[in-house]
Design a protein around this ligand. Structure first.
Ligand code: CA
Length: 511
């Protein structure tokens, strides 16, 4: 980080901030608007903003001018982490809990039904297949005080747009309205859209798919030539405008279905990527990315038009690494390079994601932070941004506020350990994919694979592509990290799979 201090910056930005109309709460203090812009399955390299130390061919391929704009006015986090699949990340964001603690360790869909694929040697624990719940007594769910409910109580207009994926069908957690969102546009239990096309009514009928995937509540766009990303943006901005008119501070959770499968042709952007020589799948994907970026630009433009740029924070994040296993474009496992592997993996390609935070008057424009942060940190960070102190929640939280990093002041712990836990089977194969637990601390990462209890130990700083497993050559470090990981899993009472042959639980790492 540079030596330009926060005080220097405040001196420069102070005038602009003072001139911005701010919304006052009942108690008379200023409440900042907060926008979480969450993209689905977007990889670390799926943008023209470089998050690596050098510009990569992927940075040249994708066109994300509005992410560039956001990065030039905010702070880029180069080591931001999520879980390796959707629901665990989303539940961590709304609760501040690590996935090992909240136990929604895999993606959710139907009530009481696991989404784990069968495994040759392991059976899987009774994880929280029903997701999170705002009320007690729902079996296989984690009972919590969700973030939007806390913000709602503090006077925020809470707006949910896009993919929810917090709880299973026919449980309270499936509906954002039950979690403290005043407005819900297009969110329900499933984690993907039936279709991105208005001409297909955003329904999976075109592929003879289950109606369960049909995006709810956008009937007025059915039969129209409009892409889902655009329809969600138009409706989301109307809700923001209403909040501004009503003089309410707002929390906009803009969670796009993009850039998750099933890919479709966004005619606004597709042709230029095709003409650049990409195949059909890659051109569709690149257009999905650019459509998502346009949505970000439309939001920023509205803030400017309404004169609320100065008191609105924007947090940009993806919910897991980019999809690479299905051989998108016939080039499997290359999409997140220099990171290895992708969605579903314990390797960096599965968990390291793009993150940018803009906070006018506080975050130094065009700054970069290389401290590792993780998705459960959003919960305490957003509460701090909203000026909500001393909240007592039903759940025990694990996240640590990254606000000191944004302010470039002390307070964020140095050399902090981050943890992942996936006692599940996503059903795909590839590097780092399979039931696992992992810890990152300093430059090092240890992964423990539940099926055969072997370890991988990488120096992430020197070997970002995780090519050299040092588990055999660094026995002392291996023991230290395995025992740290095992102690954490024991502390949060993490669930482990059972070995079919012995009928016993897989031992914790370090035992
Ligand atoms: Ca996802």
């Amino acid at each position: 980080m540079s030596t330009f201090t926060r005080r220097d910056f405040l001196k420069l930005a102070g005038a602009a901030v003072l001139m911005t109309p701010a919304v006052l709460s009942a108690a008379g203090e200023t409440k900042l608007n907060i926008i979480v812009f969450l993209v689905d399955d977007m990889g670390w390299q799926d943008t023209s903003v470089p998050f690596y130390s050098e510009i990569t061919p992927f940075n040249r391929r994708y066109k994300t001018p509005n992410m560039e704009r956001l990065a030039s006015s905010g702070m880029k986090f180069t080591q931001a982490y999520a879980s390796c699949v959707c629901s665990p990340t989303r539940v961590s964001l709304l609760t501040g809990m690590n996935a090992a603690r909240h136990r929604v360790t895999n993606w959710t869909l139907k009530k009481g039904q696991t989404t784990d694929a069968k495994h040759p040697s392991l059976t899987f624990p009774a994880w929280n297949v029903n997701g999170l719940s705002p009320v007690a007594g729902i079996e296989q769910s984690v009972h919590v005080d969700p973030l939007p409910a806390i913000l709602q109580k503090a006077g925020y207009r809470t707006i949910h747009v896009g993919k929810a994926h917090f709880g299973a069908v026919e449980t309270p957690g499936e509906k954002p309205e039950n979690l403290g969102f005043d407005v819900n546009i297009g969110g329900h239990a499933p984690g993907g859209p039936g279709s991105y096309l208005g001409t297909q009514n955003f329904s999976a009928a075109w592929r003879k798919g289950d109606k369960i995937w049909d995006v709810p509540g956008l009937e007025k766009y059915h039969g129209k030539d409009i892409f889902l990303t655009e329809a969600l943006t138009i409706e989301g901005l109307k809700a923001v405008d209403q909040a501004v008119q009503d003089k309410k501070p707002f929390f906009l959770y803009m969670a796009h279905y993009a850039v998750h499968v099933p890919f479709a042709k966004d005619s606004r952007f597709y042709d230029k990527y095709k003409e650049a020589g990409l195949d059909d799948t890659e051109a569709m994907y690149s257009a999905l990315v650019e459509g998502m970026d346009k949505s970000l630009g439309d939001i920023v433009d509205l803030l400017e038009k309404r004169g609320i740029t100065g008191n609105t924070i924007i947090l940009f994040m993806s919910d897991n690494g980019g999809l690479s296993v299905h051989g998108r474009g016939g080039q499997p496992n290359t999409h997140n390079r220099p990171l290895d592997s992708g969605k579903g993996s314990a390797h960096e390609g599965g968990i390291r994601v793009p993150m940018i935070v803009k906070w006018p008057g506080v975050v130094k424009p065009e700054s970069t932070c290389s401290e590792p942060v993780i998705i459960e940190d959003y919960f305490p960070s957003i509460l701090e941004m909203a000026g909500i102190n001393g909240t007592k929640t039903i759940q025990t939280t694990d996240g640590i506020s990254f606000v000191p990093l944004l302010k470039q002041i002390s307070g964020y712990p140095a050399d902090r350990a981050l943890y992942w836990h996936f006692p599940n089977n996503w059903g795909q194969s590839g590097p780092g994919i399979g039931p696992h637990s992992a810890v990152r601390k300093g430059d090092w990462k240890l992964i423990y694979y539940h099926a055969d209890q072997h370890y991988e130990l990488f120096n992430i700083k020197e070997d970002i592509g995780e090519t050299k497993n040092l588990a055999d050559t660094q026995p002392k470090r291996l023991r230290e990290y395995a025992s740290m990981l095992g102690a954490f899993l024991a502390k949060v009472d993490a669930q482990m799979p059972t070995d079919k042959k012995t009928g016993k639980l897989v031992p914790l790492p370090g035992q």
